[in-house]
Design a protein around this ligand. Structure first.
Ligand SMILES: Nc1nc2c(c(=O)[nH]1)N[C@H]1C(S)=C(S)[C@@H](COP(=O)(O)OP(=O)(O)OC[C@H]3O[C@@H](n4cnc5c(=O)[nH]c(N)nc54)[C@H](O)[C@@H]3O)O[C@H]1N2
Ligand SMILES: Nc1nc2c(c(=O)[nH]1)N[C@H]1C(S)=C(S)[C@@H](COP(=O)(O)OP(=O)(O)OC[C@H]3O[C@@H](n4cnc5c(=O)[nH]c(N)nc54)[C@H](O)[C@@H]3O)O[C@H]1N2
Ligand code: SF4
Ligand SMILES: [Mo]
Length: 712
């Protein structure tokens, strides 16, 4: 039973990267809270989707974990005390480390964890476990966009401008984002854009609810966005629409990029993508004619084995036309998870230290080791990426602590990954519910949820927000920070893992100071009064002491840094301040259709379910709206294989076979089928997906593989 702590608590949704503001009001009688509109928060201005509205349902003891579970010798998960459970986890991890070395112990985190948790988890891996083997599910999410951002701009923040800029630009190209379903309150920014006379181009193999809003919808074959972007750049050059002044003043590397684009002539691009040349020309006019324009990408073009180059091609297009580093123009990536942005900045990534520092940079190691009070040489080096880490379970990595992900449902080639997880010597999972992955654990640690704890998240705009506690948690659960504190102590590290989130944030501020993602000027108190603060926000340097001879009044204390809603307006974050063109060329997806597997499979989301569904499949209202998996298929393909609407279809790839009912619609290309990935079992889309990795970002190719489709 919960105890409410205030009459009304202003906070944020537990789910996606929009981090909508909401108010929580205690229910009459005090058992839980209900969600109310919070009109003052600018991102969503009171609007919420069904997931946000129903989020309190997951707080109910009917669906959540209420106490620790430990697997008995007979193989059952049985209730245990916290002392027993934490002892078992510490012993399980330490035993493996002793027997096989520290790198035999792995840690897997999540982009839904608050900044404080992500920071503490990365520190726990390096300081308490001394392992290099940590990565997180954000590798499955936006790592390709992150890598392309770094390459071109020298800094990775999803959107370089606030969402409020979108309605005032001239044209938006939205590539592989179905935000009408994945961030419903953000659709408003696109409808306002059109009301203001701007145009919307949507690029998606399906005519989604988002594509229905577009002035121009291009439906390329999945996995061909790179060719499409190169074809558009070719036309831009051929039609003399480049911005030579901008290219000369603010970029480097144009000649090679120009040459690469010239090799992708429109007719070739039409053949690769299936998008007719006149549509390409139309897109170029819409994008180039207004005085400002934006390109926004999401998982469609990013979750490919060439995602980094694909995003790079869209960035090249922006740079060649002077649509970057200027007001109301630029390239942005719509991050996905609640803390998809902050979760990638503070050290749960395999190659990273807090503040978006590099683990291989000696200066960064010295700075962070100083904050942590350890010897820089004791910090391990970079580890494996998420899929490679999961693939090494049971062999090189023999014990795992998992916090904030459900890979049995969400990892590519999931049957193989499930088998790897089952082969571990020891698995501990901290979760709020008994997810499909938690059900395989040796120890399950039940943790508090959003409304029961305080912490910061960084939304898709780079706005650092405060989620506030509204309820006293039920007695059987602890916070993730308490879990890490309890484990570190048992591993012999008594200090450095505080349980108060604000104390962790204060340390994170210092650790991030001077890094690319500098949070040092941000405090809980500031976030409260400012509706969030955009990073980078360095703490102002203290004024130099005036020399005794200097006359006049004492100097003013340094003013607080205002935060940075808009990046790159004066200079890019590279050494010379110029954005870098990176020449890229089209290449095929890792798997292309052949006689045995003639159809393309792509995967994604529906509005009423979230991710692996661990949380939203426990909410009645959401299950009623989206009860199970399905296969979206074009009437022509359905007729060819003899499928009727609602009949079970088997989808078979080189990795396995999934079965789900057919949903016949002409809103999808005839050479492609689509499955949402929210469900386990027979209809699990990830049984089919291809773990081919992008060579730079190590992102798996969730968005395209070859399959055969037949009546089941
Ligand atoms: N309802 C709901 N909302 C969510 C989530 C959720 O699970 N459910 N998850 C959150 C998270 S973590 C994320 S990352 C975001 C994801 O948000 P989105 O990226 O909007 O979601 P997806 O459905 O994965 O993919 C978007 C679109 O890409 C298209 N697509 C598929 N293949 C290709 C291709 O090759 N090229 C192009 N251009 N498009 C392609 C799909 O048809 C789909 O419509 O959503 C966030 N919001
Ligand atoms: N086929 C296919 N597969 C995909 C994708 C796709 O488009 N297609 N998209 C990929 C993407 S973009 C993503 S982001 C991943 C997401 O996939 P997952 O990583 O599986 O994400 P979730 O389902 O959100 O899992 C989060 C888990 O942590 C728990 N949890 C929530 N909050 C907390 C917390 O504060 N602490 C702890 N300890 N636990 C918590 C939840 O109950 C849940 O079990 O899926 C990827 N998989
Ligand atoms: S759009 Fe995202 S943040 Fe907003 S209510 Fe829905 S799930 Fe929550
Ligand atoms: Mo994601």
């Amino acid at each position: 039973m919960h105890t409410p702590e205030a009459a009304l608590t202003a906070t944020h949704c537990p789910y996606c990267a929009l981090q909508c503001g909401m108010n929580l009001r205690p229910e009459p009688g005090g058992g839980s809270v209900t969600v109310e509109e919070r009109a003052d928060f600018p991102v969503n201005r009171g609007a919420l989707c069904g997931k946000g509205r129903t989020a309190p349902a997951v707080l109910s003891s009917r669906v959540r974990l209420t106490g620790p579970l430990v697997r008995t010798h007979a193989g059952q998960l049985e209730p245990a005390t916290w002392e027993e459970a934490l002892d078992a986890v510490a012993e399980g991890l330490a035993r493996t480390g002793r027997a096989h070395g520290p790198d035999a112990v792995g840690v897997f985190g999540g982009g839904g964890l608050t900044n404080e948790k992500a920071y503490a988890l990365g520190k726990f891996a390096r300081v308490a476990l001394r392992t290099s083997q940590i990565d997180y599910n954000g590798r499955f999410c936006m790592s390709s966009a992150a890598a392309a951002h770094q390459r071109a701009f020298g800094l990775d923040r999803g959107l370089p401008f606030p969402l409020e800029d979108i309605p005032r630009t001239g044209c938006v190209i939205l590539v592989g984002s179905n935000l009408a379903e994945t961030m419903p309150p953000a659709l408003r920014y696109l409808t306002e854009l059109k009301a203001n006379g701007g145009t919307l181009i949507v690029i998606d193999p399906r005519r989604t609810r988002t594509a229905e809003q577009a002035d121009l919808h291009l439906a390329p074959r999945p996995g061909t966005d790179l060719a499409l972007a190169l074809g558009l750049l070719h036309l831009i050059v051929a039609e003399g629409r480049t911005d030579e002044e901008f290219i000369a003043a603010r970029t480097t590397g144009w000649e090679e990029t120009r040459a690469a684009a010239m090799a992708h002539w429109p007719e070739l691009v039409e053949r690769i993508t299936g998008v007719p040349v006149p549509r390409l020309r139309e897109a170029v006019s819409l994008f180039c004619e207004p005085s400002s324009a934006m390109v926004l990408t999401a998982r469609g073009p990013e979750q490919q084995s060439k995602g980094t180059d694909t995003v790079g091609a869209w960035i090249n297009l922006c740079l060649a036309t002077g649509r970057a580093g200027r007001p109301l123009s630029g390239y942005g990536c719509l991050t996905g998870q609640g803390n998809g942005q902050g979760g990638r900045e503070h050290g749960q990534k395999a190659d990273q230290l807090p503040g978006y520092r590099k683990l291989t940079d000696p200066e960064a190691r010295a700075h962070v080791a100083g904050v942590w009070g350890v010897d820089p040489d004791s910090l391990p080096g970079p580890g494996r990426s998420a899929y490679e880490l999961l693939d090494a379970l049971g062999t090189d990595v023999r014990a795992l602590l998992l916090m904030g992900s459900n890979p049995v449902v969400s990892a590519p080639r999931a049957a193989h990954i499930e088998e790897r997880i089952r082969s571990l010597d020891f698995l501990a999972v901290a979760d709020v519910v008994l997810s499909e992955t938690a059900a395989l654990a040796d120890v399950v640690l039940p943790v508090t949820q959003w409304a029961e704890e305080t912490g910061t998240t960084t939304n898709l705009e780079g706005r650092v927000l405060l989620r506030r506690r509204a309820l006293t948690p039920p007695p059987g659960v602890r916070t993730d920070l308490e879990v890490l504190h309890g484990l570190a102590g048992r591993l012999g590290v008594e200090k450095g893992f505080p349980t108060d989130p604000e104390e962790v944030f204060e340390e994170l501020r210092r650790a991030s100071a001077g890094g690319p993602a500098d949070y040092s000027g941000i405090s809980y108190a500031r976030i409260e009064t400012e509706q969030g603060v955009f990073w980078p926000c360095p703490e102002p340097l203290p004024e130099a002491e005036p020399s005794p001879e200097a006359a006049g009044p004492a100097p003013e204390p340094a003013a607080a840094h205002p935060g940075t809603p808009r990046l790159f307006l004066d200079a890019f974050a590279t050494d010379d301040g110029r954005a870098r063109f990176v020449p890229v060329s089209h290449r095929d997806a890792a798997e292309v259709p052949d006689a045995q597997y003639p159809v393309l499979l792509t995967t994604g989301r529906v509005v009423a379910q979230y991710q692996s569904g661990a949380q939203t499949r426990r909410v009645d209202e959401l299950n009623a709206a989206a009860p199970g998996p399905f296969v979206e298929i074009h009437p022509r393909l359905a007729a060819r294989i003899g499928a009727v609407d609602g009949s079970p279809l088997a989808v078979v790839s080189r990795r396995g076979r999934a079965v789900a009912p057919a949903r016949i619609t002409d809103a999808i290309r005839a050479d492609t089928v689509f499955m949402p990935f929210h469900w386990p079992g027979e209809g699990r889309a990830n049984t089919l997906t291809n773990p081919a990795l992008d060579p730079v970002s190590r992102m798996p190719e969730f968005k395209v593989c070859a399959v055969r489709v037949e009546p089941a």
